[in-house]
Ligand binder design. Structure first.
Ligand SMILES: [Mg+2]
Length: 375
């Protein structure tokens, strides 16, 4: 068998279709680390690292690039790529944290192995449960009127059928009121989940719980700060609106704790926050054993990272809440030859070897961060 020959990273900055309002920032472009992991057999695996922003968990594309180039790459050269678990353990032993960087490496490794064996990555993860997954779109236009119109147009045109609202920009009280207004405005067309990215407090959330229930809210995603596990358990015990864990759930150990403390009704899975596809499958297994359904979360990937998520989520039987893999639709451009697309509210799991994605080198050159070009 071949060995790992080299790891090469670049940063890409790709514009998005419209400004996107998160709890703390508004963004108009998205940054990615593109990793090319070459094996001694000549095959190159592609990995993509991206995060909603450094505010999300402390990692950024710049930290990922640094960790991969200066710390991970020297550890992995000459290693046998078929020993995936050994490679991951080497990274785990030598580099604390940095899950997003580790997930990027694992993604490239699986892509290279899939291409070597001639099988899609989902076969390496144990095989599919489903080959297409319903996608929920995040309404984040910045105004309730804009969000209601966007949601209605989407449903009527047969595109996305379910939605999420991003919250946390305003005071929790105003946020709750605004989300209910959007839910009411969309009532005859669809339903929404609410994602305040941990910016609410216990009392406000409890006070509004009946109103959320009446408005038919599908779930509250990480309403409280990630450390407040007791608070999440309290909200979950109210049995009004399902509480989804996102920022509070990264490692399999987090999953075990949330399940034991009954602090989540739904797990939001994300391959980057969990350090890769294998860990994500492990977390879904813990959820399955605990009777907790999962949601396929996104770090807003291009078609490269989205493909990795799809191979993973497609292999998970308890993905009852579908996914939010709308990254390729949200970006104004995609650095691959055939971007993934959402059709009638569903996204298809790729079926070609590896991730099933081919880079568009012209687009890659176009979006490489200038400072990297000058090196
Ligand atoms: Mg979230």
């Amino acid at each position: 068998m071949s060995t790992i020959k080299s790891l090469f990273t670049e940063i890409l900055d790709i514009p998005i279709k419209r400004p996107h309002q998160f709890s703390t920032v508004q963004v108009s472009s998205k940054s990615f680390v593109l990793l090319r992991l070459e094996l001694s057999n000549g095959i190159i695996g592609i990995g993509e690292g991206t995060t909603p922003g450094i505010w999300w968990n402390g990692e950024s594309v710049e930290t990922m690039k640094l960790v991969i180039d200066h710390y991970a790459a020297p550890l992995l050269l000459e290693e046998d790529p078929t020993y995936v678990e050994k490679v991951l353990q080497i990274l785990e032993r030598h580099i604390r944290g940095n899950a997003f960087a580790k997930a990027t490496i694992e993604m490239a490794l699986f892509d290279a192995l899939g291409k070597t064996y001639g099988v899609p990555v989902h076969q390496l993860l144990g095989g599919l449960y489903q080959d297409k997954i319903p996608v929920r779109w995040a309404l984040a236009s910045g105004t309730p009127e804009g969000d209601i119109e966007e949601g209605k147009n989407s449903v009527l045109s047969g595109h996305y059928q379910k939605f999420k609202t991003k919250s946390g920009k305003e005071a929790p009280e105003d946020d709750a009121r605004r989300s209910i207004r959007i839910a009411d405005g969309l009532r005859s067309h669809s339903t929404i989940g609410i994602d305040p990215n941990g910016s609410w407090d216990r009392l406000t959330t409890m006070k509004w719980m009946d109103a959320f229930f009446d408005a038919g809210i599908d779930f509250l995603e990480q309403p409280l700060p990630p450390q407040d596990i007791d608070g999440a358990a309290l909200l979950s015990s109210m049995k009004k609106v399902p509480i989804m864990a996102d920022e509070s759930l990264a490692s399999p150990q987090d999953g075990l704790r949330l399940a034991k403390e009954k602090a989540a009704d739904i797990f939001s899975l994300k391959i980057h926050k969990s350090g890769g596809m294998k860990n994500t499958v492990k977390i879904a297994g813990i959820a399955e054993a605990a009777g907790i359904p999962c949601f396929g979360g996104t770090s807003l990937e291009s078609s490269i990272g989205t493909a990795a998520c799809l191979h993973t989520y497609g292999s998970i039987p308890n993905l009852d809440y579908g996914c939010e893999l709308f990254g390729p639709d949200w970006l104004a451009d995609d650095p691959v030859m055939e971007p993934l697309s959402i059709k009638e509210g569903f996204i298809q799991v790729p079926d070609r070897p590896g991730l099933g994605i081919e880079l568009d080198e012209e687009k890659v050159s176009k979006y490489i961060r200038k400072i990297e070009k000058e090196k």
